[in-house]
Design a protein around this ligand. Structure first.
Ligand SMILES: Cc1ncc(COP(=O)(O)O)c(C=O)c1O
Length: 461
């Protein structure tokens, strides 16, 4: 793999990197093969161009960047997808691999953003830099909507340009001198940001793990909740529920164990609740529903998968005042310093959209879109179940986790792509614990999801 691709791999772990259409520039749609044109899939990020000259600066490469794995999941999928489209230029490729939303943003939300945008053209409505921590009204609305009676206040909320960005800012806050734990499998941004800030050792190819990270195995056998009696003490515990990729949400009892475990070890939990609104059962939607969590946990979340804001960019992180470092210094105060140094506040237009999301009509509109994706999820779950597969997730998340025992995730990915022109995600890309699984995303237009399921039924009947 080229060095440019390695860089692109390290910075991108979701949809954009799937859509690899060459380096450097965003090609015009007309230059694409028919399959990609018909699905509007060329959205590749501008990545650095490959080395062309021989002149070198005297700056050494950051050794932590060099630790990142070249064979990273999403660019490899993009490469295979591109090769497939070259081989079958007329194929109708459908992606159920991308964790990106597909349905339009409800108008109650876009009209608020449009109004805010227009007001910037007026003397009265113009505003420049806002508060780094976010608009006061939006912070208050997030606190009351998502944490109503949990004792989280407006001042505990930091509005951001998305959960992924906050994950990296949190790593900057913790620094290189901590050890972290992650669920295995898990959303790749936790591990990669840990590598980048220098918390880890080298990647150990034989076990497919980085040194100095505690991988907490989550399997069907343990209900996708780690056996904490076998987990070593770490400073930081990244925990995502509902989980990407397994789609499973932890129960109240499990989260009580997690909070107790953190307290016993003096650890901080970074709880990623980016899919909490997809929960259908009585699993907690926030870690702060667990008594005592305010002393041990941070929560990060996002409008991305609730309101189709993956491109608009808006999220938030909650750091309760009660959360203290070992010297008694409030974690929120240090995070405030990081935010003021590294971030100049979320876009005022995006924040107007966020506020509209939390109005009563906005909330209803978001729930309707989530309901649509949940119907997609049911269609996918029913398809794989009817074919005799063991299927996990789906109930509380837009991801379906399908087991192909004894098979390599990449082989299954390749078989499905070759025989049905469907893109899925090999589970092993989310950590060694994902081997033998594929992740199927429910983000898609209904027609595509139905067509994809028809093809899967033909393949595995
Ligand atoms: C678990 C999880 N956290 C965070 C994110 C990123 O969210 P955002 O778009 O707010 O950066 C994603 C995106 O796929 C995700 O799956």
């Amino acid at each position: 793999m080229s060095s440019a691709l390695q860089i692109s791999a390290s910075i991108s772990s979701n949809s954009s990197s799937f859509l690899n259409c060459g380096f450097g520039i965003r090609p015009s749609k007309s230059s694409l093969p028919p399959a990609s044109r018909s699905h509007g899939i060329c959205l590749c990020v501008a990545a650095p161009s490959e080395q062309t000259g021989t002149y070198k600066t005297k700056v050494s490469r950051n050794a932590n960047m060099a630790k990142l794995q070249a064979g990273y999941l999403f660019p490899e999928i993009a490469r295979r997808r591109s090769a497939h489209m070259l081989k079958y230029p007329d194929a109708q490729v459908i992606s159920l691999g991308i964790g990106d939303t597909t349905e339009p943003i409800p108008e109650v939300i876009t009209s608020a953003m449009a109004m805010r945008a227009h007001s910037l053209s007026t003397v009265e409505g113009y505003s420049g830099y806002g508060a780094e921590q976010g608009d006061k009204n939006l912070r208050a609305a997030i606190a009351s909507t998502f944490y109503g009676d949990l004792g989280i206040e407006e001042t505990d909320i930091f509005v951001s340009d998305g959960a992924k960005c906050d994950i990296s800012r949190l790593q900057l806050l913790f620094g290189s001198n901590v050890k972290m734990a992650v669920q295995d499998p898990s959303y790749p941004a936790y591990v990669d940001s840990s590598v980048i800030v220098g918390q880890t050792g080298l990647f150990q190819k034989d076990i497919e793990k980085y040194g100095n990270i505690e991988y907490m195995r989550c399997t069907p056998e343990n209900g996708f909740f780690p056996d904490l009696s076998t987990v070593s003490k770490t400073d930081i515990i990244f925990f995502c529920s509902p989980n990407n990729p397994t789609g499973s949400a932890s129960s109240r009892d499990q989260l009580m164990q997690l909070v107790q475990f953190a307290k016993d070890n003096g650890s901080i939990i970074v709880y990623d609740s980016a899919y909490a609104m997809y929960i259908s059962d009585d699993s907690p939607q926030s870690i702060f529903e667990i008594p005592g969590a305010k002393e041990v946990a941070i929560e990060t979340s996002s409008f991305s998968k609730y309101a189709g804001f993956t491109g608009v960019r808006l999220g938030w992180t909650v750091i309760p005042k009660e959360l203290l470092f070992s010297d008694g210094f409030p974690v929120a105060k240090d995070f405030n310093r990081i935010v003021c140094t590294c971030f100049n506040g979320s876009s005022n237009i995006a924040q107007a959209g966020g506020l509209a999301c939390l109005s009563s009509e906005g909330l209803k509109a978001m729930k309707d879109v989530i309901g649509f994706y949940k119907e997609n999820t049911e269609i996918i779950v029913d398809t794989f179940t009817s074919l005799g597969f063991n299927v996990y997730g789906g109930k509380n998340a837009p991801y379906v986790w399908v087991h192909f025992p004894g098979r390599s995730s990449w082989d299954v990915f390749a078989e499905i792509l070759e025989k049905t022109h469907l893109v899925t995600t090999p589970g092993s890309g989310f950590g060694p614990g994902g081997e033998g699984f594929i992740r199927v995303s429910a983000f898609g237009h209904r027609g595509n999801v139905l067509e994809a399921c028809k093809r899967l039924k033909q393949l595995y009947k």
